[in-house]
Design a protein around this ligand. Sequence first.
Ligand code: ZN
Length: 178
Amino acid sequence: MLRHFATLILLLSNFVAFAGGMHLLPPAIDAYAGMALFLLLTFGCVAVHEMGHAIAVRVHHATIKVISVWGFGYDFQARRWGMQKRMQGREIAGFVLYTSSAQHQLSKGDHALISAAGPAINLVTALVAIWSSRWFSNQMWQGASAIFATLSLGMAAANLVPFDGSDGRRILNYVRKQ
Ligand SMILES: [Zn+2]
């Protein structure tokens, strides 16, 4: 139920970004180029989210096992790129698998911070995109940054919904146990 709600938030934000953003792009950008740009920005927004988790994992001296975006990812143990099997109880659109090292055991708070890092970096990049559009009057930039900011906010919101395996659920579990 909650997972469906999160998916709905993601779909709605993607729809708003697409429908609204396409009008902001220069007329020279046709439907195909607009679609390609939209897909690129959507992929980028998910990649940014997973990079947020990955950076937090590294800051906590833990080991990244797999980073996946849209089912495609890198397996650090097998050292290869490939399709990652979609597993139950994972977040939407992508995921990072990690383990703590023997020397640095992760606390529940560390896990919560690693979970928060994904939505947090989406919020930061959304703000940077909005802020940058004040300084770059170029119509292409205006359109792309509006699309990216909307997608990023949707990505952060969807992953904060506390469905099984989401960032929101892990943060909520941690806060509840305090
Ligand atoms: Zn996440």
